[in-house]
Design a protein around this ligand. Structure first.
Ligand code: NAP
Length: 293
């Protein structure tokens, strides 16, 4: 079994790391905030003082931090992974970041004969805990195959989608699909309410038909019940939509629906709802309609 390095014990990273330990992998780990190490060290992981130290002791180094500059800092910065990684080792970045930044990091690592896979995930904290994440992987096929047992400890639907950066591209497609569908659900809920139809009845009647979706079945009832507690926070969603809009701009690809839903979420953020769940998008549309509930 290969030795694993794990960097970033946040909402997603901690349960993913625990699942690797459960599967029998030896894990060396680093987290910027030391208190978050406790649980994984208690479960058998070995703590390290820097990403560099993690890399020195590992064959496969996983990172799952926040945004593109954070991955750049962890991998390429002072005391970063690149300074400790052995030739032939693999860096797997499971954060959601920019496809072009990913490609640059992969090129820098390749100069040191270190492989890279981008492997962003979908499935939220519940999928991370259950080990059922969808993992979209970009990079060389043979490196993907080498790392498959590691992915299988954390996820269920594991797909090699192409070369470096393509995993991030597919993850951003996932975010376009989810957020634009969310906007349609908000409109249908308000349309039902304003017409005098109970939104829960509308959801029951439509969710298994051709217009059904995960967003309708899961976010719709929360909108109807005014339950805005986060599963996935608006602020994080906005980071992903910004990445998708930037990538679309680089390609000169118009994405009008994506632009609109991003702007409606800006309205939520301006009203202090950035830490609420993405179903709070409905509040942005309620404000436009003058609905005060
Ligand atoms: P989170 O709970 O905020 O955790 C972020 C982790 O990254 C923490 O361990 C944090 O360290 C570390 N970090 C961030 N910037 C850093 C830096 N510059 N240097 C060192 N460490 C840094 O976030 P999360 O929800 O786990 O999300 C992680 C990634 O997964 C994001 O890219 C997110 O978009 C993606 N994702 C999240 C979900 C979800 O439902 N939450 C679903 C799919 C994908 P500290 O502990 O020191 O802050």
């Amino acid at each position: 079994m290969e030795n694993i390095g794990f960097i970033g014990l946040g909402i997603m990273g901690k349960p993913m790391c625990l699942n690797l330990l459960k599967a029998g992998f030896k894990v060396t780990t680093y987290n910027r905030t030391k208190s978050k190490l406790e649980e994984v060290v208690g479960a058998g992981a070995k703590p390290a003082d820097s990403p560099r130290q993690v890399a020195e002791q590992s064959d496969i180094i996983i990172t799952i931090v926040s945004d593109s500059p954070d991955v750049e800092q962890i991998v390429l910065g002072k005391d970063g992974v690149i300074h400790g990684a052995k030739a032939g080792s693999v860096v797997i970045d499971m954060s959601t970041i920019s496809p072009s930044v990913t490609q640059n990091i992969a090129a820098r690592l390749a100069e040191k004969n270190v492989e890279m896979l981008d492997a962003p995930v979908s499935g939220g904290d519940t999928g991370a805990i259950a080990g059922t994440l969808a993992i979209m992987v970009g990079g060389k096929k043979n490196v993907f195959e080498r790392c498959l047992p590691v992915f299988e400890a954390m996820g269920k639907t594991i797909t090699h989608v192409g070369s470096n950066g393509r995993g991030q591209t597919v993850k951003l497609c996932n975010q376009i699909l989810g957020s634009v569908t969310n906007m349609a659900v908000c409109e249908a809920i308000l349309f039902a309410q304003k017409s005098g139809v109970d939104p829960d009845i509308m959801i029951e009647a439509t969710k298994n038909g051709a217009a059904g979706s995960w967003q309708l079945a899961n976010l719709g009832p929360k909108m109807a019940a005014h339950d805005f507690a986060p599963g996935f926070m608006i602020d994080l969603q906005q980071k992903d939509l910004r990445l998708a809009l930037e990538a679309a701009r680089e390609m000169h690809l118009p994405t009008p629906a994506l632009g609109l839903v991003h702007q409606l979420f800006v309205g939520c953020q301006a009203n202090g709802e950035g830490r609420e769940g993405t179903q709070a998008l409905v509040k942005s549309l309620q404000r436009l309609a003058g609905i005060n509930e």
